[in-house]
Design a protein around this ligand. Structure first.
Ligand SMILES: CC(C)(COP(=O)(O)OP(=O)(O)OC[C@H]1O[C@@H](n2cnc3c(N)ncnc32)[C@H](O)[C@@H]1OP(=O)(O)O)[C@@H](O)C(=O)NCCC(=O)NCCS
Length: 147
């Protein structure tokens, strides 16, 4: 059984555990809590009563910025992120938002491939934007218009 819903504060330890599976620039539990407080678009994906993915985005009039998305390693490449992206794009349509954008590390091929699948294009680069273990890495800014 799978479904997508809004998170409660009590879900955030599980969400944070997914975030911690990544080695780079992690959100704290407080970052997730703040997203609930300021009413970001924040959805969690349940699979058999376990949280396996999440998406957080800032919706402002006409624009949407994807702030974070993550799927637990054991269920990656099974369309969880795609379903979360569908939920976000549906909400953007409902709110008459016309543009979505995000920043992603140049080395993050899975995420870049996900966004390309959803018709995002590269619209800019922020040189040396992210810290890495070896130094710095560029951010690619990706975006797409919505009809
Ligand atoms: C990026 C991420 C969210 C994708 O989640 P996912 O549930 O595995 O993605 P999906 O199964 O919905 O895949 C959708 C598309 O993404 C691409 N994709 C996903 N994983 C990929 C991989 N390892 N290599 C290449 N392309 C990949 C494919 O194009 C795929 O399309 P397809 O199913 O038609 O082949 C996941 O890898 C993740 O949590 N990564 C760590 C966190 C992260 O990097 N977040 C993004 C920050 S900008």
């Amino acid at each position: 059984m799978e479904f997508i819903q809004d998170p409660k504060d009590s879900d955030l330890n599980e969400v944070h555990a997914i975030e911690q599976e990544n080695e780079v620039e992690l959100w704290s539990i407080k970052n997730f809590k703040d997203s609930i407080s300021v009413k970001h678009f924040f959805k969690i994906f349940f699979l058999n009563e376990t949280i396996v993915g999440f998406i957080v985005a800032r919706l402002i009039p006409h624009d949407c910025e994807i702030l974070n998305i993550g799927v637990t390693k054991s269920v990656r490449k099974k369309q969880v992120a795609s379903k979360l992206m569908d939920a976000l794009i549906g909400e953007c349509h409902n709110k008459n938002i016309k543009h979505i954008f995000l920043e992603v590390r140049t080395s993050n091929i899975p995420a870049i491939s996900l966004y390309k699948k959803f018709y995002f294009n590269e619209i800019g680069v922020r040189p040396n934007y992210y810290l890495t273990k070896k130094g710095h890495e560029d951010a690619i800014i990706m975006g797409r218009d919505l009809p």
